[in-house]
Design a protein around this ligand. Structure first.
Ligand code: 8Y4
Length: 286
């Protein structure tokens, strides 16, 4: 008999990721930001080197998927041109193409998705949930995985007045509709994971309600849930800590997400998360 917690493998381009069963362990997606930072002189070469070194470190620490992002989706971040986004992410995709780990691209733009797919990206992580039908069409012509995320509003303003009558129903219904839209253009269900989008147009209470009910979303959609909680403002709200002091809170949030059924964790601190999961799993296996 198949358990109600059984979720099929996730197909991501060249890779097939186990999502349940005896030897399942939660999949760790490591965040690789290629936005220019204060340590960089702004030159492309410098930020490319930093990104590659960061990716190598994450691989050594046990990362399962590398999520490359060139556009900051943090509240208040300015929009980026397609050309600028491509110039940031494409060199990183080419450099990491044969690193042995599936590569994901965090982008909302169909034109960027098209280039990344041509370069061999394994997954597209779209915080807009592929609401642009062009994106769905581009992705349908490939075999890459999809992460369909819920967001209320737009990144610039989404945290101003988050409002739901029933956050669980609204997020689940949105995700179910986007999954149906993907299937309607011929995308197989086993290429899709879903994400409630923690912090994307949500108050602390909305985030906590969603976190405590991940299993409900997962069993309603029968698709693996990805949870991105790492360093987010909900951790800051609960601990009173600034972003650079949120590791302990983020680890607790990651384990809470796993307890509630999350199959994939999007994190900044790969080594610490892998350690926490090893301890968690050892106890669960008794
Ligand atoms: C500190 C650190 C403060 C990080 C804010 C943040 C998700 C995502 C992001 C997510 C999926 C972020 C691209 C926001 N979050 N993709 N992307 N799920 N699928 N903020 O939760 O990390 S960016």
């Amino acid at each position: 008999m198949e358990s109600k917690n059984t979720i099929g493998d996730l197909i991501c381009g060249r890779y097939r990721l186990k999502m349940s069963g005896e030897d399942f362990r939660p999949v760790v997606m490591g965040v690789l930001n290629v936005t220019p930072d204060s340590f960089s002189d702004g030159g492309l070469h410098v930020s490319l080197d930093l990104a590659i070194t960061h990716a190598e470190n994450m691989i050594a620490e046990g990362v399962d998927i590398i999520d490359i992002g060139g556009e900051s989706t943090r509240p208040g971040a300015p929009p980026l041109s397609v050309e600028e986004e491509l110039s940031r992410v494409m060199p990183v995709i080419y450099a990491l193409r044969d690193c042995g780990k599936p590569l994901s691209l965090d982008t909302r733009r169909a034109a960027v998705m098209r280039e990344a797919i041509a370069a061999g990206i394994d997954m597209i992580n779209d915080v807009e949930g592929f609401r642009d039908e062009k994106s769905l069409r581009v992705v349908s012509e490939s075999d890459c995985g999809l992460c369909i995320m819920h967001m209320q509003g737009e990144p610039q303003t989404m945290q101003q007045h988050p409002h739901y009558v029933d956050v669980m129903t609204e997020v689940s219904t949105f995700l179910a509709k986007r999954v149906a839209a993907a299937e309607s253009v011929g995308i197989a269900r086993n290429r899709i994971c879903v994400d409630p989008g923690f912090g994307f147009g949500k108050t602390l209470q909305h985030n906590l309600d969603l976190l405590a009910n991940i299993e409900q979303i997962q069993s309603a959609l029968r698709l693996p849930v990805l949870a991105g909680l790492s360093r987010k403002s909900m951790i800051g709200q609960l601990t009173g800590k600034p972003v650079e002091q949120r590791l302990a809170g983020s680890l607790a949030a990651a384990l809470a997400a796993v307890k509630h059924g999350a199959r994939i964790l999007r994190v900044h601190d790969v080594g610490a998360t892998v350690d926490a999961l090893k301890v968690w799993q050892a106890v669960e296996a008794v």
